[in-house]
Ligand binder design. Structure first.
Ligand code: FAD
Length: 403
């Protein structure tokens, strides 16, 4: 089908690495590319390289279930995710690329009275931070989503918390849009270039060793998501992060049935419908630590059970594909955007299963930290030492919720 388009030009260059940059970003996922884009666009820095061991989009940015939302509770998180949602709302105009940003809503189902209380509190925290939140009762949901199993004996549906501005975004278009925007501002995106070590002299990071030779840098910014522990180990750092696989699934294309994103409140299952008609869904992590980008069957069964519990009609849909990606699970479910104890070395990670929605704000805030050496006002608590100081951002229930 593309034979008529032989004249198409690649939208970013394939440069060879230069011997030295002002900033070297390790990892060409969504966060690395967004960081490069905002460094160039908002902070006027151009002498930047993004080093990616595979091809851009080969990691989680191209594997996630595309959900965006800002329905967090805690002050350390909610303003940041709302900042991100606002950046999503203007993103396509900003980088002039169709990323199919679709604010089709997200609904968290409520199954108990205690859960309703918790969700009311969360909704109020969201509204206080400038986000939108709306409580729905069971009657409203029965009218809107008649295919849900309201009278399930174990998990009756008693209502839900809507965020109407939540939704989905075409994930790999996000990588391509940021890549093109960064490249056109002079950033070198260097694929097939694995960082194999850090040059650290007298407590200062002066560059990286790579599969394509040594590269010097004034600042080195790591954002390698599921590979965080393995990469930072090369700088002698041990992180409060474990890596696990998260799987996702898509069915054959169906007629439109699900208007937005729906999450199960009594187990791990969430679902939306893609523009091609496939039901896109996921659930819990594979429980063991792993760096393999594939999961195993017990979780497939567990996710399918979650789906059957809230929408039994999903049992009639045939599964087309499933895949896995590696999650950098932090111990309190919240991320890090911080300097390290080594001068010139910065770290961004711990996104757990929720870093796609964070992509714009993560890039913006990391760029802010790199350019000004100060955290962005919405990311002041995402510190690496919070497990020493005890200032956790313990967002169990949202940071720890897949999607
Ligand atoms: P990645 O795209 O993984 O980027 C990291 C890059 O670093 C990779 O390309 C990797 O190759 C590169 N790298 C690693 N080591 C090196 C090295 N030594 N040298 C050079 N490069 C290196 N989040 C949501 O908000 N909503 C969702 O619905 C959602 N669903 C998900 C579903 C699944 C199945 C998965 C797997 C994840 C999901 N997530 C979701 C989480 C989200 O995708 C991630 O948190 C986020 O994409 C991580 O940031 P990233 O895009 O920069 O990561």
């Amino acid at each position: 089908g593309l034979t008529g388009n032989k004249g198409w030009k690649p939208v970013w260059r394939e440069p060879d690495p230069k011997p030295e940059y002002d900033i070297v970003i390790v990892g060409g996922g969504g966060h690395g590319l967004a960081t490069a884009y905002y460094l160039a666009k908002e902070f006027g820095m151009r002498n930047i390289a993004v080093l990616e061991k595979g091809w851009i989009g080969s990691g989680n940015i191209g594997r996630n279930t595309t959900i965006i939302r800002s329905n967090y509770l805690l002050p350390g998180n909610e303003p940041f995710y709302e900042f991100s949602l606002r950046l999503w709302e203007g993103l396509e105009q900003d980088f002039n690329y169709n990323a199919m940003v679709s604010q089709r809503s997200i609904l968290n189902l409520i199954h108990t009275d205690a859960q309703r209380d918790a969700f009311v509190r969360r909704g109020n925290a969201m509204i206080l931070a400038g986000a939108d939140a709306e409580l729905a009762d069971a009657d409203q949901l029965r009218a809107e989503l008649p295919f849900l199993d309201f009278d399930n004996a174990r998990f009756p549906i008693k209502g839900g918390l809507y965020q109407r501005r939540g939704g989905t975004v075409r994930h790999d278009a996000v990588a391509w849009g940021y890549a093109r925007g960064a490249d056109s501002r002079g950033v070198d995106i260097i694929q097939n270039c694995e960082v194999t070590g850090f040059d650290i002299e007298n407590g200062r990071c002066t560059g990286v060793q790579t599969s394509r030779g040594a590269i010097r840098a004034r600042k080195v910014a790591v954002c390698v998501a599921g590979s965080s522990s393995r990469v930072m180990e090369k700088a002698g750092m041990r992180l409060p992060i474990e890596s696990h696989v998260l799987q996702a699934f898509v069915t054959e294309g169906l007629k439109p049935v699900i208007p937005g994103v729906i999450t199960f409140g009594a187990g791990h299952f969430y679902v939306s419908q893609s523009d091609k008609g496939g039901l896109v869904f996921g659930g819990d992590l594979d429980g063991y630590n792993s760096y393999a980008q594939r999961g195993n069957l017990p979780v497939v069964e567990d996710v399918a059970e979650g789906g059957m519990a809230i929408m039994p009609m999903i049992g009639r849909a045939r599964l087309l594909r499933s895949w896995g990606g590696i999650m950098d699970m932090s111990m309190d479910g919240s991320p890090f955007i911080d300097k390290t104890g080594i001068d010139g070395l910065y770290f961004n990670g711990g996104w757990c299963y929720g870093g796609f929605k964070a992509t714009p704000a993560s890039g913006f805030c990391y760029a802010h930290l790199l350019a000004r050496d100060e955290p962005h006002p919405t990311a002041t608590q995402m510190r690496l030492d919070r497990f020493i100081s005890g200032n956790l951002i313990d967002e169990k229930g949202m940071g720890n919720q897949p999607n």
